[in-house]
Design a protein around this ligand. Structure first.
Ligand code: BEZ
Ligand code: FE
Length: 291
């Protein structure tokens, strides 16, 4: 073992990685880069020992904050822009396919399966605005796709998701829909409102350390899936919402912003949104990832 100095410590640690066979190429690539960047960061800011101990204590407390209702490390990744970055690296967009964005911590699997045009609303609010959402799902060649599953979920007019609000019924404002033979989906819901991401515990500490706010613009979440196609996790943003230009988790993309228009009288809803999606074929997605 060479004498460890400020100059050689990074190379010494990288040289300690296991022989090929003991670790695979991806493990070596990840660990080499992680060590280089972590050491680079410490040298950059001349990290002091007290700060290192404070960071260890912070991470320990972040772990203790995790439960079946809260994944603190995803939240920390969101606040640092890491989830949106990793999503863009994973779901590269090169053609007409719809853009994905972060999943966030509020998704619940197995929402109520609802028929075309049904409402996800189980509880009404005085200040609610109802919205009719519809659109067509196509493949990248423009053909309508039948049998696409769409999971949708959103916050209530009080800014809370159902699973974080004891006063909302289970699965309120969540639903699972399917496209018809012409690739059309439709459902009724409420206008999503801006809300703060959880800003207590260690997520709040990080936001305050960064001097950043916790707010997100109003959005409807979507997961689209169909065999043979890359699943699409995305969100549709209200073009008139506050925080559209300053999202606390950096997840807004121009092509995901839609106008919540006043609905025509015959619709019986306050607002109307038309939003089409394009799914990428899995074979095309896999061959691009391999390049
Ligand atoms: C959300 O959109 O639900 C969300 C995304 C990232 C962090 C917190 C919430
Ligand atoms: Fe959300």
């Amino acid at each position: 073992m060479p004498n460890v100095t400020l100059e050689n410590v990074t190379d010494v640690v990288i040289a300690s990685l296991g022989e090929s066979g003991a670790i695979d190429d991806r493990q070596r690539e990840i660990m080499t880069s992680l060590i280089r960047h972590l050491h680079g960061f410490c040298k950059d800011v001349k990290l002091q020992h007290g700060e290192f101990l404070a960071a260890c204590d912070y991470l320990a407390r972040a772990g203790q904050t995790c439960s079946d209702k809260r994944q603190e490390f995803i939240l920390l990744g969101d606040i640092l822009g890491v989830e949106v970055l990793v999503d863009m690296l994973t779901n590269v967009v090169e053609g007409p396919e719809s853009v994905s964005t972060v999943l966030g911590p509020f998704y619940r699997d197995n929402p109520p399966v609802l028929p075309h045009g049904a409402s996800t609303v189980q509880k009404h609010f005085d200040d609610e605005e109802t919205v009719y959402f519809e659109g067509v799902v196509r493949d990248t060649a423009g053909n309508p796709l039948a049998g696409v599953t769409l999971d949708v979920w959103e916050d209530a007019p009080n800014g809370l998701y159902e699973n974080h609000d004891p006063d909302q019924p289970e699965y309120n404002l969540r639903g699972r829909f399917e496209t018809d033979a012409e690739g059309r989906y439709a459902f009724r819901a409420l206008r999503p409102v801006p809300y703060p991401i959880p800003d207590n515990e260690t997520a709040g500490e990080l936001l305050r350390f960064m001097g950043h706010h916790p707010n997100r613009p109003g959005h409807m979440h979507f997961i689209l899936s169909k065999d043979g196609f890359r699943p699409l996790i995305s969100q549709v943003y209200d073009s008139s919402s506050a925080w559209l230009d300053n999202d606390s988790v950096f997840a807004v993309k121009d092509s995901l912003v839609a106008e919540f228009q006043k609905a025509p009288d015959e619709m019986h809803d306050d607002l109307y949104v038309k939003f089409d999606f394009v799914l990428k074929e899995k074979a095309a997605a896999a061959s691009m990832a391999a390049e």
